[in-house]
Design a binder for this molecule. Structure first.
Ligand code: EZ4
Ligand code: CO
Length: 404
């Protein structure tokens, strides 16, 4: 019988930190999984190295569901971002191996292509509305059909989604202590509808327009913003309120027909069970890497399909190209796909991750290489040592901590 002979974690920072799991079989087949949890990378690396990798050696790599259940139920302590990211990395690496052994791209093992390509949305941003409009234009010129628009809030020095002066990071990060940003809801609620209205005025209704609230409103504030945005016909309003409060979405739903999307911080089907079964959202944004891998994500998406909820997976640059590739295989194959976030990866990521996915006319395709279609260059990875980083913390004007 073919068995797993080695499971090993690689931590590397080509442009930003990524944690990668490498699983090798007795037949010499290698599978890759992404285990990156931005800002808490080493917790997942240790969970894998100390507690999971020793359990994998000797197992049959083709028993993917059994391994998932073994790691989930066997730990006794369930769910949580660290646990579920670790299980996801194992799961994705095993699907990669299965595809390579079968000689098929993973999406064919998942039932085959249910569409020709994966519609993606990009992230356009600016320090003010004119700068944002230039950035939207740049993305439209590149062929994007869906654009998420973010601009600085007037009067606030720094806002999520807007680049730092070095122009590189839309999520500013500091190396020792987290940066602290000031947050004020009132100017945001005034400026966001104007900003999105300006995008519609310039580009019309021929592009899909999205906006990320990043969990910073109360339910009634989100209801009002959703209502104010209705004339601009958003594809969705993303993460309006802190995501762990599922019942809060009932309040938002009572006040607006703007479509709602949430789930990038969820790690299991239990985090979105009420949201889906009560039809409180339109798109579920769970990702392969943070929600238990291909196996568990498909379960979430199947539940969502029963209730008319479509998919819209998180796909930031802080998930590795292995994660994006896995997402594309799922996206291509599920019936209720909606849209996929695509932030791209900052160089020199491509020195470490050789990818096979392609972008054309607003759509990504995972390619037809056996497995996921991503290979990791370990020698290149070794050139980019771990670089500890912190996501910022928001404080309100009175000094109290707020959702970032
Ligand atoms: O802030 O992944 O929709 N995308 C997002 C991301 C998150 C980061 C946090 O690590 O909200 O940019
Ligand atoms: Co988001």
């Amino acid at each position: 019988m073919t068995t797993i002979t080695e499971a090993r974690v690689i931590v590397t920072a080509p442009g930003r930190n990524y944690v990668t799991l490498k699983i090798t079989t007795s037949d010499g087949v290698v599978g890759w999984g992404d285990a990156t949890l931005n800002g808490r990378e080493l917790a997942v690396a240790a969970y894998l190295t100390e507690h999971v990798c020793p359990l994998l050696v000797g197992r049959d790599p083709a028993r993917i569901e059994d391994t998932w259940q073994f790691l989930y139920k066997g730990a006794y302590w369930r769910r949580g971002p660290v646990t579920m990211t670790a299980i996801a990395a194992v799961d994705v690496a095993l699907w990669d191996i299965l595809g390579k052994v079968a000689g098929l791209p993973v999406y064919k093992l998942l039932g085959g292509a249910a569409r020709d390509g994966v519609l993606v949305y990009c992230h356009a941003t600016g320090e003010d509305v004119p700068a944002l409009l230039d950035d939207v234009a740049r993305h439209v010129d590149q062929g994007y059909l869906a654009v998420r628009a973010q601009a600085a809030v007037p009067g606030l020095a720094k806002t999520y989604g807007v680049p730092t002066p070095d122009g590189k990071l839309y999520e500013p990060a500091s190396s020792a202590l987290p940066e602290e940003h000031l947050w004020d809801t009132a100017p945001y609620l005034r400026s966001a509808p104007e900003m999105l209205g300006a995008v519609r005025e310039r580009f019309g209704f021929g592009i899909h327009l999205l906006h990320d609230v990043h969990h910073r409103l109360t339910p009634i504030e989100a209801g009002r913003l959703g209502r104010d945005l209705e004339p601009h016909r958003l594809f969705w309003m993303e993460d309006p309120t802190p995501a762990e409060d599922q019942a809060a979405f009932r309040v938002i739903r009572q006040h607006t027909t703007t479509p709602l999307a949430v789930g990038e911080v969820f790690n299991s089907i239990w985090d979105c069970q009420q949201l889906i079964t009560e039809r409180l959202i339109d798109y579920i944004r769970t990702s392969v890497t943070h929600a238990g891998g291909i196996t568990h994500l498909r379960r979430i998406f199947a539940l969502a399909d029963l209730y008319g909820v479509r998919t819209g997976s998180h796909g930031p640059g802080d998930l590795s190209p292995v994660s994006l590739a896995a997402a594309l295989h799922v996206d291509l194959s599920v019936p209720n796909f909606g849209i996929q976030e695509f932030m791209g990866h900052r160089e020199p990521a491509s020195e470490v991750f050789r990818t096979g996915y392609t972008f054309e006319n607003g759509y990504l395709h995972p390619g037809d290489e056996p497995g996921l279609g991503v290979e990791v260059d370990e020698e290149a990875a070794a050139r980019f040592p771990y670089d500890p980083r912190q996501l910022p913390v928001n404080r309100r004007l009175d000094g109290s901590v707020h959702d970032w």
